[in-house]
Design a binder for this molecule. Structure first.
Ligand code: NDP
Length: 289
């Protein structure tokens, strides 16, 4: 039996980061602009702390300036809004990212909307969501953008394909569906109220799984030859007491049916940081255009 081609997100992301690094260097040399990314972390959530540290390392490796703001878990909404306002005005900061989730005393929507849309390198501001929806230039959320790059690496032209996106969150499902529509796919968005999900998924030439349930999408739901982009990152317990990261797709089952598939880890995950750097570079480049 032939196995699906593995889409190596790690290698593709490394290549992209190298290119961003070269272009960052050129921007600095030719125009004296060093792209700067400010990352704000409130509290000490271990997973968020790891993400923030990795983002800082990647930013510096690309030749950009990295500003990390670590605030205590009991920070007030007012104080966080004040910091965002300072970063909006800081000319050495081109991109601002507020790490989610935020503690419960802080309204995330209010904070995300306070970020200058042109510095909103996460692409979560309603203005950027509207720009994506209406086909205007703006920052596109990093994970969805990475999904499309990975799908194109396997399928080249996406036009005319049946794409099924499982999940409709503002940070993954909805923007990735919009991006696929922009690529001229015929897009279906499925969610927790979708009836007979298996038969909807079976239509997909291109499947994006962004559900957050470990190994939820089974091999026999998949159309033979389909391209599978698995966004899910789920930690499961193993019998020997260890844990393991798995995606939203039952990987071994899918491997036997799909045409191409992203592994977890090493698929979509590494693309997210690469796209964040790319968005930060774009934000800095706006100053010369
Ligand atoms: P959310 O929890 O915000 O959204 C999950 C979506 O899945 C919802 O739209 C929900 O539907 C849908 N869903 C839940 N249960 C079912 C079901 N039984 N059948 C069909 N649909 C269902 O998650 P996110 O979008 O934030 O993240 C999704 C996954 O992607 C997570 O595993 C997350 O860790 C991962 N992720 C990975 C990133 C990366 O860099 N690789 C970045 C961001 C996320 P409904 O709307 O009806 O509730």
């Amino acid at each position: 039996m032939t196995q699906a081609q593995l889409i190596d997100g790690k290698a593709i992301a490394l290549e992209l980061r190298k290119k961003v690094g070269e272009e960052t260097h050129a921007l600095h040399k030719q125009h004296g602009i060093k792209p700067g990314l400010a990352v704000v972390l409130v509290g000490e959530d271990p997973a968020s702390s790891v993400y923030v540290r990795n983002k800082g390392i990647a930013t510096k490796k690309a030749g950009m300036a990295s500003f990390t703001h670590q605030l205590p878990a009991d920070t007030s909404e007012q104080d966080l809004l004040q910091l965002v306002s300072q970063l909006n005005q800081d000319t050495s900061v081109h991109g601002i990212l507020v790490q989610l989730p935020l503690p419960e005393q802080i309204n995330s929507d209010k904070v995300l909307q306070a970020i200058d849309p042109d510095k909103d390198v996460d692409g979560f501001h309603p203005i950027n969501a509207g720009r994506l929806m209406t086909g205007q230039p703006g920052h596109v959320p990093c994970t969805p953008k990475g999904c499309v790059v990975l799908a194109k690496s396997a399928l080249k032209d996406l036009a005319g394909l049946e794409a099924v996106v499982v999940g409709r969150s503002n940070i993954v499902g909805k923007p990735v569906a919009q991006l696929l529509l922009n690529e001229n796919c015929t897009v279906t968005i499925a969610h927790s109220r979708t009836k007979d999900l298996a038969s909807v998924v079976r239509r997909a030439d291109l499947l994006i799984a962004a559900v957050g349930l470990p190994q939820f999408i089974r091999g026999d739901w998949i159309k033979p030859g389909a391209c599978i982009i698995d966004v899910g990152i789920n930690r499961i317990d193993l019998e020997d007491g260890k844990t393991k990261l798995v995606g939203d797709v039952a990987f071994e089952e899918a491997l036997a049916v799909a045409g191409s598939i992203t592994p977890v880890p090493g698929g979509v995950g590494p693309m997210t940081i690469a796209m964040l750097l790319s968005n930060t570079l774009d934000a800095a480049r706006r100053l010369i255009s």
